[in-house]
Design a protein around this ligand. Structure first.
Ligand SMILES: [Zn+2]
Length: 760
């Protein structure tokens, strides 16, 4: 035993030998040269001395040579001795008041209170003397706790607690750390497939979302504005990318057809496409344009006048060839996945012929003007609709793109009627087309819709190009109307006053957003595609992009306020007054601010707001029947579950559409069996006489992914093979877009199942 002690103590009596033990306890094993390298010893001059140290350690039975790897490892005894050395060192550190910190850059360093002071000055703008005092106090309190290992996160919380105790709330706010607890991260991974398009990348982005949502509410917006969202007075759509992305963009295809496409905006990182000469190349460039833009927008994109701008390339090509090229294009668009929407909605704006204002415009792709290519524009339109009618390789309908067909008075010839009939076939078969009624004067020269159905028009600067292209919605803030009704307690004046106050908050937040995006493009350089200069002009027109204020819960607010529903004329007239107040507020925005109002949200908003309201107001007070789940009417002015003759629903909706310049939609849900194409055609013609701006028809369908059977209506069991499990997927339109049943939330399911459907 005496020999053993002597050998161990002798072995430890030298710093090099102690360092070798510590090194092997950290690294597990290392070769002769590896150890020398790590201890910064010279392999030439010090090899002999080093060998001597190793032999002594081996003699003391602390290390041994692992024959199989040729590396040194600790023996059991060596491991125990090394542990003992670590704890002595730590005790010494604690005695000296020295603690170890696991830092956020994943290193371990001795505790240094000056770092706390530095952080307080740098991040919170605290005065130097205060920062020093706080850091000293933190050091004193931490050392009393005798903690072995501190983490940077823990020290931060500790400092925050001291700031709170001292009433220094503002400094604490700046030091807040963003991120997810370990438990939440695990839950996120486990539950992601129920809320987003399943993929590892989706989970990754969800985690990032939570950081940026907090950042938006804590840092980007003033405190009280962030609190308004948390309290449910209003809702910032896309708050997870509020500081990073624009909501949507409407492209001008001609730019890229004429000049080619640089997908990274600079040509430095990604290959550049030259201007296309064929339809195949033109579609390829369009597809890459949407793929690259996907990274910049949180909601959607649009390609307006698609069949007009591509017509010169399709000129002289057979219908079959055009269709085959378009089929590939549609498949490509459907790979443009956005984790939240499943497939990111991309709108394709379509014309029944060449609209008057484009007839004389110089064409890109072939010499002449667009008016020369009317026939080719019909070829593209019809081929596109046929592809959508036929569906994918299994006959399943495409849920993207959103076809937007404009119905203009001026184009009423036979060809247009034939195509309109085809559009009606598509609407009655899969619901996969939206109609924009351009017959009413208030729609102006042009209207373009994005994939999220937000609307831009030519009224802006009185110019269809500046108004509708190379711009989009910057973002969307939603007002919670029932909350206002609760506060107004039946007083009209208070209601409208409170509404205006909220509109101020929304407007302010949106101008902050514009400033942020301006910075991202011009200073931070993270949006090079939008900021690229084409033909002497920046591609994305930030100054023409709109600031959108939307609302939810109009019928619920009215019911709370008046006790009546919108079928009552006095209730309807107050509802009109509410929307008028919003619309006139928008019209009186500062010159140069494109402020618009809509009743469309960019994400499900109602559910969150309703639940918050129900914490303070009982269900009954909201004028709701008990069986109706807590969800305010969203994307519509009349609840889909309310039993109303279609004529009445149209009459109520058309009161609002022309005031909602930022977007509106009348969705007509079809009962089974759906009408014939001709029957729907007659209905569509009648609708053009109304003041409804945008409308669509929804046909539900069920797809069996076992036997491939696809039938209309929502089925619980496959009629062909009897499958009733998770591979039987139902499709219905939720907030304007088709969604597969695995991604329906509980509230969505109730609305889908209880909506009123019409036999036309
Ligand atoms: Zn089946």
């Amino acid at each position: 035993m005496v020999d053993l002690y002597e050998n161990i103590l002798n072995a430890l009596a030298n710093k090099v030998r102690a360092d070798i033990l510590k090194l092997l306890s950290k690294d597990g094993k290392a070769s002769f040269t590896e150890i020398m390298e790590k201890l910064r010893m010279d392999p030439k001059s010090e090899a002999g001395k080093f060998g001597y140290h190793l032999r002594l350690l081996m003699k003391a039975n602390l290390i041994t040579l692992d024959e199989s790897t040729g590396k040194y490892i600790l023996t059991d005894l060596g491991r125990q001795v090394a542990e003992y050395m670590w704890s002595i060192e730590e005790a010494a550190r604690i005695k000296k008041g020295e603690m170890l910190v696991r830092t956020s850059s994943l290193t371990i360093e001795p505790f240094d209170r000056r770092k706390i002071a530095e952080v307080l000055v740098r991040e919170a703008n605290a005065p130097r003397t205060l920062a020093d005092a706080i850091s000293k106090e933190a050091e004193e309190r931490l050392s009393k706790l005798q903690i072995r290992y501190l983490t940077a996160a823990l020290i931060r919380e500790f400092v925050n607690a001291i700031l709170l105790e001292k009433g220094l709330e503002e400094y604490r706010h700046s030091l807040t750390r963003l991120g997810l607890p370990v438990y939440d991260t695990t839950e996120l991974i486990k539950n992601a497939s129920k809320v987003v398009l399943p993929s590892p990348d989706s989970v990754h982005r969800l985690a990032g979302d939570s950081v940026f949502e907090e950042y938006t509410l804590l840092k980007a917006l003033p405190r009280s504005r962030g609190d308004a969202h948390l309290a449910g007075v209003l809702h910032y759509n896309n708050s997870q990318s509020f500081v990073l992305k624009i909501a949507n963009i409407q492209h001008d295809l001609r730019i890229f057809l004429k000049s080619g496409l640089s997908p990274d905006g600079s040509g430095i990182y990604l290959p550049v496409h030259k201007p296309p000469l064929t339809l195949k190349d033109a579609l390829s460039i369009t597809s890459k344009l949407t793929s690259t833009t996907l990274h910049y927008v949180s909601s959607s994109q649009a390609l307006d006048m698609f069949n007009v701008f591509l017509a010169p390339y399709a000129d002289g090509i057979s219908y079959e060839d055009v269709k085959s090229l378009l089929y590939d294009f549609i498949q490509d668009l459907n790979i443009n996945q956005d984790y939240r929407h499943c497939v990111q909605p991309i709108a394709i704006g379509l014309e029944l012929g060449i609209p008057k204002f484009l007839e004389g415009e110089k064409a890109v792709g072939k010499s002449g003007v667009y008016g020369d290519f009317e026939e080719a524009s019909f070829t593209i339109l019809n081929a596109l609709m046929d592809i959508m009618l036929e569906g994918d390789g299994t006959g399943k309908p495409f849920t993207s793109p959103q076809l937007i067909l404009k119905l203009r008075k001026e184009v009423a010839e036979a060809k247009a009627q034939e195509s309109l009939l085809k559009a009606c076939s598509l609407a009655t078969k899969w619901g996969a087309i939206y109609f924009v009624n351009m017959h009413q004067g208030w729609q102006g020269v042009n209207v373009s819709l994005c994939g999220d159905l937000s609307r831009l028009d030519s009224e802006w600067k009185n110019d269809w190009e500046l108004g509708c292209l190379r711009a989009g919605v910057l973002d969307n803030v939603t007002v919670n109307l029932p909350r206002i009704a609760m506060e107004a307690r039946g007083d009209d004046d208070i209601f409208l006053e409170r509404l205006e106050e909220l509109l101020d908050l929304c407007y302010e937040a949106l101008t902050i957003k514009r400033k942020i995006i301006e910075e991202r493009i011009a200073i931070d350089g993270i949006m090079p595609f939008l900021g690229q200069v084409v033909n002497g002009d920046v591609y994305y027109h930030l100054e023409n992009s709109s600031l959108l204020i939307s609302y939810v819960g109009l019928p619920e607010a009215i019911s709370f306020h008046t006790g009546l529903d919108l079928t009552d004329s006095s209730a309807l007239s107050f509802a009109k007054k509410i929307v008028q107040t919003m619309s006139s507020y928008a019209q009186h925005a500062k010159t140069g601010d494109r402020l618009v109002v809509s009743n469309l949200t960019f994400e499900p908003v109602s559910s969150r707001l309703t639940k918050l309201d129900l914490k303070t107001a009982p269900q009954k007070a909201l004028g709701r029947r008990k069986e109706i789940p807590p969800i305010y009417t969203e994307f519509s002015n009349t609840p889909q579950y309310q039993v109303l003759p279609l004529k009445k629903r149209v009459e109520i909706e058309e009161v609002f559409h022309q005031m909602l310049k930022g977007g509106h939609l009348l969705e007509v849900k079809l009962a089974e069996p759906p009408p014939s194409a001709k029957g729907l055609y007659d209905f569509v013609r009648k609708m053009t006489e109304s003041n409804i701006g945008t409308f669509c028809f929804t046909r539900d369908y069920t797809v069996c992914n076992i036997c491939g059977n696809i039938v209309g209506g929502l089925k619980e069991k496959c009629m062909r093979c009897g499958h009733s499990g998770y591979k039987l997927v139902k499709f219905s339109r939720i907030n304007g877009l088709y969604k597969p049943s695995p991604l329906w939330r509980e509230d969505d399911k109730w609305v889908v199942l209880n909506s009123q459907r019409y036999l036309l």
